[in-house]
Design a protein around this ligand. Sequence first.
Ligand code: F6R
Length: 590
Amino acid sequence: MCGIMGYVGGREASSILLDGLRRLEYRGYDSAGIGTIDSKHKLNVVKDVGKVEQLAQKTELGGLRGIAGIAHTRWATHGGVTSENAHPHLSCKQEVAIVHNGIIENYLELRQELEGRGHRFISETDSEVIAHLIEEVYERKKDLLSTLIDVVQRLKGAYAFAAILVDAPNVMVGARQDAPLVVGLGKSENFLASDALAFIGNTDRVVFLDNRELVLLTEKNVKIYDFAGNLIQKPATQIAWELGSVSRREFEHYTLKEIHEQKDAVLQALRQDPRSVDYFVDAVQGAGKVYLTGCGTSFHAALLAKLLFTSYAKIPVEVLLSSEFEQYEGMLDEKSLLIAVSQSGETADVLSAVKAAKKMGARVLSIVNAMGSTLVRESACTLLNNCGPEIGVAATKSFTAQLMIFNMLALRLGHRDDELSELWSTGSLVEKALGLEDQVREMTERIHVANDFYFVGRSIHHPLALEGALKLKELSYIHAEGMAAGELKHGSLALISEGVPVVVLNPEDATYADTLSNASEVKARGGRIIGVSNKPSKVYDEYIEIPAAPPVLYPVLEAVPLQMMAYYAAISRQQNPDYPRNLAKSVTVK
Ligand code: F6R
């Protein structure tokens, strides 16, 4: 969703900011803009709807001078996709510019109040009130810190913002409340962003701001305060995400690169601090009741974890959709354990589920990819996916990394330590599955014209059926449904007619024979069966052969051809798989 980037230092800000915006593109956005203060203490803003590259082509950008600036990619919530609604927003006297992520819940009330005192608004956004408020308070106080303290007292909602003022041309300020904001520490320059990826090419030393914190940055200094104005000392963290892993390398899209990275990612996910794994195991064993929560693909990983915990460790688990968590008011208590699963660690639905669970007294652990994210900070303990930044909007390597962590936990909980070592074979097995690429591409080029696809599997293959359908929908815009194979005959079989593709997830395990019967029922009604298995059958019209493996690993191996199918369906339909329409990588609104 929206992205913030800010810079203050000795270099020309606009090109650094533009570069930062390019790195934030993956989050999903519909307009972008940059604002800087020049040597004549004048604020200059260039913004428009469309892509960052369109912004980069604008001739006005060349005239954007200054060593302090802020930039933004906007994903519209309040107000349509127009250049007026794009950020940065200016105050009436054009003395303050702000960029903002999140939602100011009381913006209507504030706007009315400010308009009553003569402020003129240009946009329909909730964000613009921040610029006017800062201008008004600063005029009175002439002090940045006390202005910020006053302004944040007035704002309700979840937000992160950055601002520059003509009166303080070498300073950038920011505030965080329930939306991420990270400081990047450079040499005689400093950065502020909603995501460290925005500045990672310039520095890997960061300070993650916590909720209710303010920051004032100059090229030499970074000062962090709480909302009451107390100075806070915070340690810097070195982040391990190297610049290289943010580039597409030889791949045409990030999504394809990230699918290929899974051969390493599945092993990286196993490289956990043993103390954290012990903490998880003890917490699950000691809990009165275990709950898992997540959204989208992470929810599918949680569904699989439930089956693994139940069958390997006989530990009953409930999986609750984060976006539905309000339904469960009063259900958790002090003996409950909630494990939240999230790639970004910033999904608003997940964070709000965590907040609600904590309020009920539950202990919260998490499985997260983005280190330093809000979810990590809200959890008693986290197992990180360790799979590096995932830029493609669709979750791929983060999903299989989540599955590997759950495999490891389930085997540990089930005292099946002898099987744990088998998990290390996953890297070479995934590599074999990646060898299916040409076959999957060729098949997808033939069948992508179908209007509807179905994905079926039993037991641990059911969450993969859901995931296969989700991937196909979001990348190619083809309608797809995933379901438990045994459920077909209870209704959906009515939809099967000549040539309708049905992907049957059927490796050789306890579910094999029953799933094959379900596939035969579909075939008898004209369905086109795409079998994903290690064992061929004449029932399959198309056969995607995944390598034979210990059963616990089959879901990881199935994920690879399903992701490739979705990727090549998008390519065949001339869609950009990295940035599906209407979607954002980090869904920071409820
Ligand atoms: C699907 C996808 C989404 C996310 C969901 C949760 O490919 O990426 O369904 O899985 O928005 O996001 P995280 O895992 O960041 O909480």
